[in-house]
Write a protein that binds this ligand. Structure first.
Ligand code: NAP
Length: 259
């Protein structure tokens, strides 16, 4: 299927690894020229080169912390008028809410709520003027089905979800859509780190817990970054212009509800 976005310009935040990288690779395969970002320059450059050589699109790597104003200015300077924006950042650490003070909460809200909102604010009016825009926020299945030790994530991402629910209804008549993708378990460094944390806390072998977790999913496995990226690319397609304000759960069927 031709997604109709070849030649468009896209920003993918937090994209040197994992789900962000999956989105960048899928968009690149559909011909989108990219600005990608993450903090560690070496890994980011390696990913940029991997995408360039696999797809032939232009990829600019901007190494910075996207959760800071300075970082966002750098990324936006490299691509001031994107057609596509994928918001992503590292997730907050797990823990017990009794251990978190104001600093921990502000860091989570900055990373997983305000960063996406400020990136949308900086780009959405240009998209509206040009009559094309696709914005996808990577959130978490925990927005729908909270995970107890990820309270910082549950809270901050719910805030972003509420913002998107309102704003996305204002932009769609200009062919600018805003949607969230809610990952369940995808086999990335982040997921494996969370499993390690749980295994250590429970005194269980990491590999054993990993296999148990994968087997518990209705699909009998974790998702892949490639699957995630392809879903993102579809939401960024020309054809997806009637889809806005949605929360697409990609979890292999873990959430047990009918709707
Ligand atoms: P990952 O494999 O750990 O990759 C995270 C990526 O983000 C890396 O490229 C990392 O590079 C970059 N990054 C982290 N913090 C950044 C920052 N402040 N500024 C710029 N780049 C940053 O993680 P993932 O599994 O893809 O997760 C992506 C998001 O989805 C996270 O918010 C995570 O909580 C959420 N999520 C993931 C799953 C899952 O199963 N994987 C499930 C639910 C939710 P640097 O460290 O070099 O910056």
């Amino acid at each position: 299927m031709d997604l109709g976005i070849s030649g468009k310009k896209g920003i993918v935040c937090a994209a040197s690894k994992g789900l962000g990288k999956g989105c960048a690779m899928s968009l690149a395969r559909d011909g989108v020229d990219l600005v990608i970002n993450s903090r560690t320059e070496e890994t980011l450059e390696a990913t940029a080169e991997e995408i360039r050589s696999a797809t032939g699109v232009a990829v600019t790597a901007v190494a910075c912390d996207i959760t800071t104003e300075e970082g966002r200015v750098k990324v936006l300077a490299a691509c001031p008028d994107p057609d596509i924006l994928v918001n992503n950042a590292g997730g907050p650490p797990p823990g017990d809410f009794r251990e978190w003070g104001r600093d921990e909460w502000i860091a989570a809200i900055d990373a997983n709520m305000l960063t996406a909102i400020f990136m949308i604010k900086a780009t959405v009016d240009g998209m509206i003027e040009r009559k094309f825009g696709r914005i996808v926020n990577i959130t978490s299945a925990a927005v729908r089905s909270p995970i107890e030790e990820l309270g910082l994530s549950n809270g901050a991402r719910a805030g972003l979800t509420g913002f998107v629910a309102g704003t996305s209804r204002k932009t769609v008549r200009h062919n600018v859509t805003i949607n969230n993708i809610l990952p369940g378990p995808f086999a990335t460094d982040r997921l494996l780190g969370n499993i390690r944390h749980r295994a250590e806390a429970a005194g269980i072998d990491f590999e054993e817990m990993k296999e148990q977790r994968a087997a518990q999913n209705p699909a009998g496995r974790f998702g892949t970054a490639e699957e995630f990226g392809d879903a993102c690319a579809y939401l960024c397609s020309d054809q997806a212009s009637f889809i806005t304000g949605q929360n697409l759960v990609l979890d292999g069927g873990s959430f047990p509800g009918t709707l």
